[in-house]
Structure formats: C-alpha cells, structure tokens
Design a protein around this ligand. Structure first.
Ligand code: URA
Length: 205
C-alpha cells in the first residue's frame, strides 16, 4: 500500500503533558539549557510579574531574575515599595535560549512557537495563583499573557488592560532598560517600570 506520511512535527516525540520542566519536550529549548527555571512566589500573590525567559545566571542558578536584569528589577521594586517576597515572579519561557559567542552564551529571543509551547506552564501558574494584576515585562511576556502574537508593546505600554478577570500592565523589560544607551532615557525607562509597579499595587488592593 501507499507509505504512511508522517510530518516532521508528528514524528518528533513531543510529550504533550509533561509533569516537570526538566522532562518537558514541548519545544527544543530544554536540550540546551542547564535546567528549567520555574516561577517563584506565594500561591496567593495578587500581583504576578512575567518576564521573557531565564538568562545566563538564572539558567545556572535555577531561579528567576537573579542576574543583571533581576538587579534592575529589584531596584524598581524597591522604588515602588513593593516587596519581592509578596509577588509571584515568572517568565513566559522556562528555559534559557542562547547561542555561543566565544566563551559566552548570548541570549536569543524565543520563537513564537516556543512561547506558544511554554504557555502550557504559564497557564498552570495563572490558574494556581490567579493574580489580580499581571505586570508583563517586555513584548514576549505581553504577547504570551494575552495570547496575541502581533500585539505591540509600544502601543500598549503604561496602560492597564482588562484581560478576563485580570488587569494586565505592560511595561519594559528590565534587560531592555539596561541597554538604553542615553543615561537620561535609561532613567526614564526605569521610572516607567516603577510607575507600572505602583499601578499594579493600586489595582491589586
Ligand atoms: N530576564 C527575564 O526575562 N527573566 C529572568 O528571569 C531573567 C532575565
């Protein structure tokens, strides 16, 4: 009879409902990462912060926002008088995507299909924590939380959006702020994040 055609995607042993991040094969990123990095925070947190993906330090240490972007985030949280321990912190993508550059591992933006595959984990966190307010850090987080691949951060930034029962507050990613070359523009971008965090606090009460 005719040969059975199996598409490349079907032939890959994708586990549809993995139990743990470290056994997740919903995308390929886990194969090149040190470990999966889960979200952290109280299960009854009213505010959730969503970043893009673990960076080099997060990949090595297994904890979210502990590298340079995390330090800037800590600064913003302090300025907003928000305790890091009171909020739930996670990422749209749970494994570090990188490419070698000499001895360094250079961050690569996750592909849409990787973000889509990893929404499986984010949705579990959203169900479990059921935050009142989600602050999305950067475009990847915003697109993942809204499940809208083409939405532009520039158009939405700084304005709270109603998404189901939840407020979504889109702001910059802290790693972006670190890359703003002009010091004044950098200070402004940091102030934008602080304002978003204050707004989150107000809306969570
Ligand atoms: N950038 C992110 O988006 N998340 C982290 O956890 C660290 C850096």
């Amino acid at each position: 009879g005719a040969p059975i055609r199996v598409s490349a995607a079907r032939a890959m042993p994708v586990r549809e409902a993995p139990r743990t991040l470290d056994t997740c094969t919903r995308c390929e990123l886990g194969r090149h990462a040190t470990q999966g990095v889960a979200g952290i925070g109280p299960r009854n947190a009213s505010i959730m912060l969503v970043g893009e993906q673990p960076g080099d330090q997060e990949d090595l240490q297994g904890t979210v926002f502990v590298g340079p972007a995390g330090q800037l985030l800590n600064q913003a949280l302090e300025a907003a008088t928000l305790s890091r321990d009171a909020i739930y912190l996670t990422n749209a993508v749970k494994h570090f995507k990188w490419e070698p550059r000499g001895k360094r591992r250079l961050h690569k933006t996750p592909a849409q299909q990787e973000v889509d595959a990893c929404r499986y984990w984010l949705e579990q966190e959203l169900t479990e924590v059921a935050p009142k307010v989600i602050v999305t850090l950067g475009a990847t987080a915003l697109r993942s939380v809204l499940n809208h691949a083409r939405i532009k951060l520039q158009d939405q930034r700084g304005r709270p959006l109603r998404h189901g029962d939840t407020w979504v507050i889109p702001t910059w990613h802290p790693a972006y702020v670190l890359r703003v070359p002009d010091p004044r523009a950098r200070t402004d971008a940091l102030a934008d994040i602080v304002a978003a965090l204050r707004q989150a606090q107000a809306l969570s009460e």
